[in-house]
Design a protein around this ligand. Structure first.
Ligand SMILES: [Ca+2]
Ligand SMILES: [Ca+2]
Ligand SMILES: [Ca+2]
Length: 297
């Protein structure tokens, strides 16, 4: 079906989603944007959860590295009690691995298909987490990432003087076995918005390319389109074959804008300092729900 110039493989919706949860999270110690969840319906009657189906309210949250909402605000790693971090067991005879994770805005981390933890702040303020797990090599990492949005289904937030500012994402992590985020990871988008002109979207093989689309802000964003793709069944399992996905795109600290974010800067030695780089799919502004996969050999 061709909708206003769109000929890709996704499903198109237009306009604001119906809110199904008005706010997942409020912050006691700082300011938080409303982290709501909505549903959009496409012309075929399919329902799409935006910005993403998630387990924030039901799953174990990963321990805080830095989270002003829970009063965990170390100024550097020496103030972090790593021994207090519980170990999630995957292989009883495996190695204990510690991971440091920063997501703009939300992550759910799987190792060999087992959920290790979810981000403890879905939208803002910016936070970071520590995880520990016991596993044998080789092992498989799967991450669901969400660039959260204020205007549900419209891919935007009130920011930088515009009512419909298209915010950006970003993800960086390092692990004590030397594993770091890089362009060797694989990334695919499953929700892209706002799109004001569907003809800007291109697809080549598995690349869902929105690089020609407008990514700025506007005060007139209520009629924006969004494009959705269903998440593959069992994507989080180690056996899932993702090698047809595009490789992750890398982004600099300046691209993501972390120099004023203590959740990142206070532990920079465990992020960029450990050789990790920010990654996302090919569009860190318009792609709002992204899956990552990586195999540690
Ligand atoms: Ca977060
Ligand atoms: Ca964001
Ligand atoms: Ca975005």
């Amino acid at each position: 079906m061709v909708i206003n110039g769109y000929q890709g493989t996704g499903s198109v919706t237009q306009g604001r989603a119906r809110t199904v949860n008005g706010n997942l999270f409020t912050c006691d110690g700082g300011r938080s944007r409303v982290a709501a969840v909505g549903v959009q319906t496409d012309s075929a009657g399919n329902q799409w959860t935006v910005p993403s189906e998630n387990q924030f309210l039901t799953a174990q949250q990963a321990p805080d590295l830095y989270n002003e909402c829970s009063g965990v605000t170390p100024s550097d790693l020496s103030q972090v009690d790593l021994d207090a971090i519980p170990v999630v067991e995957i292989d009883a005879d495996g190695e204990i691995i510690t991971g440091y994770v920063f997501a703009d805005n939300y992550f759910e981390l799987y190792i060999n298909g087992k959920l290790i933890g979810v981000d403890s702040v879905p939208f803002t303020p910016f936070n970071s987490n520590i995880v520990k797990f016991r596993v044998k090599r080789p092992y498989d990492i799967g991450v669901k990432l969400v660039d959260w949005e204020e205007n549900l289904g419209l891919g935007s937030e009130d920011n930088r003087g515009k009512s419909f500012h298209a915010g950006d994402g970003g993800f960086i992590a390092s692990f004590s076995d030397g594993t770091v985020t890089s362009n060797q990871w694989f990334a695919q988008t499953f929700y892209t918005s706002p799109i004001y002109d569907l003809s800007c979207l291109k697809e080549q093989n598995q690349l869902r390319d929105s690089s020609s689309c407008f990514a700025g802000g506007t005060d007139d964003g209520e009629s924006a389109y969004a494009v959705h793709w269903p998440l593959p069944e069992n994507w989080q399992l180690a056996a899932f074959d993702y090698r047809h996905w595009p490789q992750a795109s890398t982004y600099s600290e300046d691209d993501i804008g972390v120099n004023n974010k203590k959740a990142y800067m206070n532990f920079r030695e465990k992020f960029a300092g450990a050789g990790a780089t920010f990654i996302w799919s090919s569009n860190v502004v318009l792609d709002n729900q992204v899956l990552l996969k990586y195999r540690v050999e």
